[in-house]
Design a protein around this ligand. Structure first.
Ligand code: ATP
Length: 432
């Protein structure tokens, strides 16, 4: 029987927001990871992947639930994990050797043993000869090798990696992925399990044995997919592309929450994707040019976009009823096709209809502007309302995108200087 190494029991995480509102980031996450598994965690941007990883590491506490390591609930930091960060997190004033040795700082080992272990790991991660170099003298890929070395030198049971390759250029990342996989598959390191947050479905299917897919607002586990392929995997092979397509479909499916009446959902303030109307228009035109239906995975590849950049556009197109996803393909709806073929003015009309139908927040903004005798309202007013739901930073982003969509649809206008939103006919009146 395989040993469960780490177990999450009913983990939830909430953050308190101003005005005593709170946002739920993770909800009721149950996950069990066994010895020998390499698991990827995928999910939309901002869904809570990093938060989940940090909870596993014991760097932040969950609001509810437990993390068990080897059957014991962790208190404070998890003693079984080593962590690799996207940003490398190296100390610039320390050499490669000193940065790696830092991983052993709290271990009861003699200096000579620490030195031996650090030098051996440096060799293993391909940095032999660079022991005395400082981070600024290294390329991005080499810096991440130091980051990985610092985590591995602790000989952790579990290696947690938070988007370890996303700050690197494609070739460097591929190289490092292969080297790490080699250490793992050939058991050159004593690590018993690897858990990696990634934005790249392809990376997950290439490297891991299991992909956990999270939803957003709040994050729940919506899929747990086994990848039953031996290493080294061929990215062109049918089974590989089939799995990539399957995960794409899951990630791009807009979730209708169970037990929730459609009308109740409509009333809810639902986050919109931060995709300007111009980008969305271009995307719909592109799908139209490609025959109205295209494989998402291939499209992302052709556009050289990673999941983080690509998914919001796909989601926004779905949310507004311009496209739908099936079996890994994105296809324009009738409205989407109509939009692509329409004149500039007609496009604005269609966009207006779709936005009013699918984005309750815009409807509310317009209603408020109409209710005011001067049809005008300060940005600050809306910001305060949104802040209760999203927090200050996100509220600003949401409002910016709603203003962008509202302007494109000619539903409202915005005075950048005075920071006022107002109804379009006011714009012509003001200009007279
Ligand atoms: N201290 C905090 N207070 C309030 N909200 C927070 C805090 N830390 C994170 N969040 C929010 O929690 C959500 C999840 O963040 P997290 O970084 O875990 O997501 P992610 O899936 O890793 O994102 P990305 O894919 O963009 O890296 C975000 O909306 C973020 O704004």
């Amino acid at each position: 029987m395989t040993n469960t190494l780490i177990e999450l029991q009913r983990i939830s995480k909430r953050y308190d927001m101003p005005n005593s509102a709170n946002v739920s980031i993770l909800e009721d996450i149950h996950l069990s990871i066994a010895e020998g598994e390499f698991v990827s965690i995928l999910g939309p941007s901002g869904s809570g992947k990093s938060t989940l990883l940090r909870i596993m590491a014991g760097l932040i506490p969950p609001s509810h639930g437990k993390v068990l390591y080897n059957g014991q609930e962790i208190q404070g930091t998890n003693p079984g994990v080593g962590m690799v960060f996207q940003s490398f997190a190296l100390f610039p004033w320390l050499t490669v050797l000193e940065n790696v040795k830092l991983g052993l700082e709290n271990k009861p080992l003699t200096e000579a043993v620490k030195m031996r272990k650090a030098l051996s790991i440096i060799d293993m991660v391909g940095l032999d000869g660079f022991e005395g170099a400082y981070p600024k003298e290294l390329s991005g890929g080499m810096r991440q090798r130091v980051g990985i070395g610092r985590a591995l030198v602790m000989e952790p049971d579990i290696l947690l990696m938070d988007e370890p390759f996303s700050a690197l250029d494609v070739l460097t990342a591929e190289n490092l992925k292969r080297d790490l996989l080699e250490l793992w598959t050939e058991k050159k390191i004593p690590t018993k399990s690897i858990i990696m947050v990634t934005h790249s479905i392809e990376e997950a299917v290439y490297m891991s044995d299991r992909a956990i897919v999270l939803s957003r607002d709040p994050a729940r586990v919506i899929a747990d997919i086994f990848i039953p392929m031996a290493h080294w995997r061929d990215k062109q092979e049918g089974q590989f592309t089939g799995l990539v397509d399957k995960i794409y479909s899951i990630l791009t499916k807009r979730e209708i929450k169970q037990n929730e009446h459609v009308e109740e959902q409509k009333k809810k303030i639902e986050k919109v994707q931060e995709v300007p109307a111009g980008a969305l228009t271009g995307f719909i035109e592109l799908i139209d040019d490609l025959g109205k239906k295209v494989d998402l995975y291939k499209l992302a590849d052709q556009l050289s976009l990673n999941l983080e950049d690509f998914l919001p556009i796909v989601e926004a197109a779905q949310m507004l009823g311009f496209a739908h996803i099936q079996h890994g393909d994105i296809e324009l709806t009738e409205i989407g096709s109509h939009f692509a073929d329409a004149s500039v003015l007609n496009r604005k009309d269609i966009f207006k209809r779709q936005v009013l139908q699918h984005v309750p927040m815009i409807e509310k903004i317009i209603w408020i502007l109409h209710s005011k005798s001067n049809n005008k309202m300060e940005r600050e007013f809306f910001l305060e309302i949104f802040e209760k739901h999203f927090g200050l930073e996100e509220a600003g982003h949401q409002l910016d995108i709603l203003i962008d969509w509202g302007r494109y649809a000619e539903l409202l206008a915005y005075d950048e200087k005075a920071k006022n939103l107002f109804i379009e006919h006011e714009a012509s009146a003001a200009a007279e």
